[in-house]
Design a protein around this ligand. Sequence first.
Ligand code: SAM
Length: 268
Amino acid sequence: MTIKDFFTSLNKDLDKNQARDFAWLLVNRTKKEPIDWGVATITTKEQTAIKRELKRLKQGEPLGYVLGFVPFVNCEIKVTPDVLIPRSETEQLCDMIIQEYEGVPTTILDLCTGSGCIAVSLAKNLDARVTATDISEQAIKIATQNALANFAQVDFYNCDLFGDKLGKFDLIVSNPPYLDKKEMENLPHSVKDFEPSLALYGGEDGLDFYRRLVKEAPQHLNNGGIMYLEVGDFQADKVVEILSKEFDCEIVADYYGFDRFVIARSRK
Ligand SMILES: C[S@@+](CC[C@H](N)C(=O)[O-])C[C@H]1O[C@@H](n2cnc3c(N)ncnc32)[C@H](O)[C@@H]1O
């Protein structure tokens, strides 16, 4: 059977997003470009394996978990249900830092590293000494594997935010958990039932981590240090209000025009 016939036979009862994910699954599992689908064939063994994975997609499992990896900047990042699937906003956050710090030797701390996507991509693309922490032991295991697989040098620590062993850095970056209680209750099935809640919940109003950062970050930043933070929809102004006690802040919009990043410069 050609890949095209296989795709068409199973595509009928999929919605638009499922069909797109199914196409990606096929591209990745058969390693054949879509242009060849009319002639390239798929073995019975491949069909059985892909049908099993398609069933998982139909049950709402995100494509990243079904494939087991996502592309991120110029890295391939392994993901399991122990870690959040890296989002495109976070990729934009890394692109901003890479553009700004290219060729500048820097020390970087990635807090709440999860899969390690931020730490790994920055270590791979910058002349930087990168350290990263996460409270989840499982996440640190995955992040360590991702650093090795991408030939990136990162020092990982399994601890609560800064822990008690870390020194000072030029730059702190973080995509912390920032969903509030109401958002947690209204999560779509694909997030609620598959992604780790430890990676999502930021306290009653979603801002707990930013309150901790304004207290704990100053002692971990070198003079003139800077923080690059991802924030939730409609949180940027509140985060700036919290951080303004210690930092001069700038809000940056994502590619869709939503205020999703706060850059906070130390006044010291
Ligand atoms: C939103 S995810 C971000 C993961 C990754 N940096 C990314 O951008 O895809 C937040 C991460 O924070 C971690 N986390 C939650 N509470 C923490 C804490 N108190 N200290 C350190 N990490 C924490 C979770 O385990 C999760 O991996």
